[in-house]
Design a protein around this ligand. Structure first.
Ligand SMILES: [Zn+2]
Length: 240
């Protein structure tokens, strides 16, 4: 039995199921891509510079059942509220609010303690995670770049949907702050990948050999990201 599929610039509908769709045009994109956007439980269609919209929407139609299945399997979002559980460097932590203490946010035996007023808890946790991510990623990137005798100009953290990291020709590296949620070897691999691009701006065999030299558990890390990566986008969503 086939279900009726409807696709517009705003939504995908498969029978009674509907998901929001957003379309973005990225001039550097090499092909049409469809990604899940876990926080909105929706989809993002990426179009390269010259791809016509109707071709993109046809692509969504072809992927409709895949998208519906993937969205149906998404776990619930986790807001950064007291009592919420989230991984920090791959280890589960529970958010504990201590309104009468001082000191901001810190880790303590499986707890992520946050002080101050209740209405600031979500933002404080998010800010802390981003700072931790930047500190860790920056340090690791400079260490690895030194091994290749390359220079990192600047490290940024962002909240990217489709890529965990990127590297510009000028030596600027950019990473998803959500890598701070992953086990250490996963963050390590993503850093190694971008740092290796400072030496090899391609995905040649030489590039992959470099990645494995910089990060011995690269294969395992890639597999981890394929299985768990999407779920990382559910942390910090406000609708959980
Ligand atoms: Zn790459």
């Amino acid at each position: 039995m086939s279900q009726r599929i409807k696709v517009s610039e705003r939504a995908l509908q498969v029978g009674a199921f509907a998901a929001p769709l957003s379309v973005r045009r990225i001039p550097q994109a090499r092909r049409i891509q469809l990604h899940l956007d876990p926080p909105s439980r929706g989809l993002v269609l990426t179009l390269p510079k010259r791809a016509p919209l109707h071709v993109g929407l046809r692509f969504v139609r072809e992927k409709a059942l895949w998208a519906q299945n993937r969205l149906a399997l998404l776990p619930k979002p986790v807001a950064f509220r007291p009592g919420a559980r989230l991984p920090v460097a791959g280890l589960e932590h529970i958010i504990v609010h201590r309104p009468d203490s001082f000191g901001g946010v810190w880790r303590e035996r499986g707890m992520l303690i946050v002080t101050g007023r209740r209405e600031h808890v979500e933002r404080r946790i998010a800010d802390w995670l981003k700072r931790e991510a930047l500190r860790t990623l920056d340090g690791r990137a400079r260490e690895k770049a030194a091994l290749l005798q390359r220079r990192v100009r600047r490290v940024h953290v962002r909240d990217t949907v489709s890529r965990w990291g990127s590297c510009s020709a000028g030596g600027r590296l950019s990473f998803s702050w959500r890598l701070i949620l992953t086990p250490g070897y996963v963050l390590d691999y993503v850093v190694a990948h971008e740092v290796a691009h400072l030496a090899e701006m391609n995905h040649s065999e030489r590039f992959w050999r470099l990645v494995e030299r910089l990060s011995p558990r690269a294969r395992e890390a890639k597999a981890w990201l394929r299985v768990h990566g999407e779920r990382l986008h559910l942390f910090g969503a406000n609708n959980g």
